[in-house]
Design a protein around this ligand. Sequence first.
Ligand SMILES: *Cc1c(COP(=O)(O)O)cnc(C)c1O
Length: 391
Amino acid sequence: MKDETKLVVAGRDPESNFGIVNVPVYHASTVLYSSLDDLQQRHKERAEGKQVVTYGRMGTPTTWSLEEAVAEIEGGYRCQVFPSGLAACAQAIQAFVKTGDHILVTDSVYGPTRYFCDNVLSRFGVETTYYDPLIGGGISELIRDNTSVVFVESPGSQTFEMQDIPAISDQAHKRGAVVLMDNTWASPLYYKPFEHGVDVSIQAGTKYIVGHSDVMMGTVTTNKEHWETLQTAANLNGQTAGPDDVYLAQRGMRTLSVRLKQHMENGIKVAEWLKGRSEVHSVLHPALKDHPGHDLWKRDFLGASGLFSFRLNALSRDALAAFMDDLELFGMGYSWGGYESLIIYADPSNYRTATKWDNTNPLIRLHIGLEDTDDLIADLTAGFDRLKAAQ
Ligand SMILES: *Cc1c(COP(=O)(O)O)cnc(C)c1O
């Protein structure tokens, strides 16, 4: 089956649900057993890795439905849901480290993942080195005997460096490290991490899987080898996600392919238009031919989402505010992946250690939604007029 078909059928089971198309929302904590035999049998089956209902926290048909669908589309073995994307990132890393370990994390990583490493892992004696996202196979020089995890994220969600994940994974595996990826930008649809050497793939489902800016959700999918470690750690840390949110995420999955196609098309249109503007210093979008990571994107990715950045020519703070403050269609806000367009200012010079970003040319990140691009471009044009008037 092709992905578009899988998105429609994966994780559904009308025959077990009175013919109802969608798997219903099971709210559960206590689960009743019919007998001691039943209790012992179900626990035995669960220990063997089977999906059996034993207690709400351990999953219900509602959570399994989403987990199955994500694992199938992403191309992994099995998947576990988490209450947010950050919970998924933090828990996935924690599952594969112990005191005394060293981990390698891309310098372009999602900020809060970095703060987890710096402020939580460090307290448990796990050391983090941030590496240049463009390092490729050169990462071998940074791998130590105690390096247990190599964390990749491609592209970086503010600065859009593309990583050579197969090359990095090869080196990591030679030295026995597990490769974890934050695969949120491409969604399970446009990047297949397990075909490129990744062992554990993380989604901030909050973004494109949910798709409507109204639910927090995280998923971690692993290959067969690493499933038990991840699942045990997640369960022992009490990780799960609420059934109403899981249901909404599952509902979002069904339309992921049509939404992403439009986000991609609209995003490329607006990015190309920005490139022609005299106020713009550069556009950071991997699908544009002159992006330094374009060849890697073409080689490994099946599409692009609607998130990219651009840098403005040096300007005053007043002119920047004049551009951003009165946009009508671009909301100023964090997160992305919903149906609506967003704009946010980012200063990557705040926390870079392995790479050098300065803030002379301010970085603006856009999420291009499903609006008509003529309207979006008109909104940005009016912003540039205000910018010029304020210079
Ligand atoms: C948003 C985001 C996260 C965190 O997801 P939340 O659901 O907001 O916790 C992780 N990684 C990336 C790349 C993100 O954009």
